[in-house]
Ligand binder design. Structure first.
Ligand SMILES: Cc1cc2nc3c(=O)[nH]c(=O)nc-3n(C[C@H](O)[C@H](O)[C@H](O)COP(=O)(O)O)c2cc1C
Length: 366
């Protein structure tokens, strides 16, 4: 069985990839999406979002990382994919599932599932632009509003030369509301020979077993479930895997994450990032609930540091560096617009993930 770590813009960044792959059990990470509009992005955008590219395309724990692109212009995606490929990711993944209104308005993500011909053109153009030995994969939902074109899209992705397809077993309209329709992945399996990866709503070992059985897949992609329980991949692997970590083992990793995000998340967003993770961790660990309650109303990183880790370490030097990097980025208008859009998409999705409430999901997907 293969286990992939899901791309999650605004939540599962390179710092959390680092932590989760340290715990173990993950075969391959897919990065959060890099949005391509109408220009060739500078190399530094790719290496900022996927710094693993500077480390042989791997996390510090050695897990390979595939970089994900999102866009609707085949030629521009192909140009960017060629540049990205030269930086050495472990493959390039194409996003046909993002439900964010900003992205969909610009004809990106899940709305493309209404246009299988364009999906085909995108995958084919990127496949041609990337060295033959580098995998080009895709990730799709079951459809935009319904499943009417689900098989057309999967067949288009296969015919265009993709090496693998992850299916998040919901339509865009379903948003992130349970359930995920794993049996629909089996329907796709009946129509294509392409290896499929099943994704959606796997929170426990039992969910994983049912998802594999209903979809007929041998590969799973874990998203919110492994963020809530970083030992989930090990647990799914069962007896052959080392013991999954308890809170005592995870706590130093939470601290490691906090230190790491000081290097790339601005001070005013840092506490929010940590709270997002604690918010999911508290589903499984009562200690994470206490930590979340302790810092819930605080946003000052020094206060949060003191409350959670018992010391207020001077982070001013790191803060100045992150602020300076923010200012440099703001100078690049295209880049800045990209980031803002990405953050909007991430915030909407993260709000859904965080609350798990149908009302929030409906608002975020309106
Ligand atoms: C906060 C958040 C951000 C996401 N960002 C991306 C993304 O950048 N690219 C992508 O293909 N899917 C993205 N997704 C979808 C996930 O990869 C995954 O398909 C979805 O969460 C269902 O899996 P899960 O139930 O295991 O979380 C995102 C989901 C969430 C909750």
């Amino acid at each position: 069985m293969r286990i992939l770590l899901a791309p999650m813009e605004g939540l599962l960044d390179h710092s959390l990839r680092d932590v989760i792959t340290r715990v173990g059990g993950v075969d391959l990470c897919v990065s959060e999406f890099i949005r391509i509009t109408d220009q060739l992005l500078p190399e530094r955008v790719f290496t900022r979002l996927v710094p693993e590219l500077l480390n042989g395309g791997r996390t510090d724990a050695g897990t390979p990382v595939r970089a994900q692109l999102l866009g609707s212009d085949p030629a521009c995606l192909a140009d960017n994919a060629a540049l990205l490929a030269s930086l050495g990711p472990h493959g390039i993944d194409l996003n046909f599932g993002c439900p964010a209104p900003t992205v969909n308005r610009h004809r990106g993500g899940a709305v493309l599932l209404d246009e299988p011909e364009l999906v085909h053109a995108i995958v084919a153009a990127v496949r041609r632009a990337v060295p033959a030995a580098m995998p080009v994969s895709a990730k799709m939902r079951l459809g935009h509003r319904d499943e009417a074109r689900m098989l057309d899209c999967a067949l288009a992705i296969e015919a265009a030369g993709a090496s693998e397809l992850t299916v998040h077993a919901r339509t865009k309209l379903h948003g992130y509301r349970p359930p995920a329709y794993w049996d629909r992945i089996a329907t796709i399996r009946g129509a294509v020979r392409l290896p499929l990866v099943a994704n959606g709503e796997v929170w426990t070992v039992d969910d994983a077993r049912r998802c594999l059985a209903e979809s007929g897949c041998e590969a799973l992609m874990l998203g919110r479930g492994i963020v809530a329980d970083p030992g989930l991949a090990l647990a799914v692997r069962g007896a052959a895997a080392p013991e999954r970590p308890d809170w005592a083992a995870l706590r130093p990793l939470v601290r490691h994450y906090w230190r790491r995000i000081a290097g790339h998340v601005s001070p005013r967003h840092r506490a929010g990032r940590l709270k997002q993770w604690l918010n999911l961790l508290r589903r499984r660990f009562p200690e994470a609930q206490s930590a979340f309650d302790t810092v819930r109303t605080f946003n000052d990183p020094l206060v949060v540091e003191g409350l959670l880790f018992g010391e207020a370490v001077a982070l001013h030097g790191a803060d100045a560096a992150v602020d300076a990097a923010d200012a440099a980025d703001a100078a690049d208008a295209a880049d800045a617009a990209d980031t803002a859009d990405g953050l909007e998409a991430g915030r909407a999705a993260a709000a859904q993930a965080a609350t798990g409430s149908a009302a929030t999901m409906a608002t975020a997907n309106a």
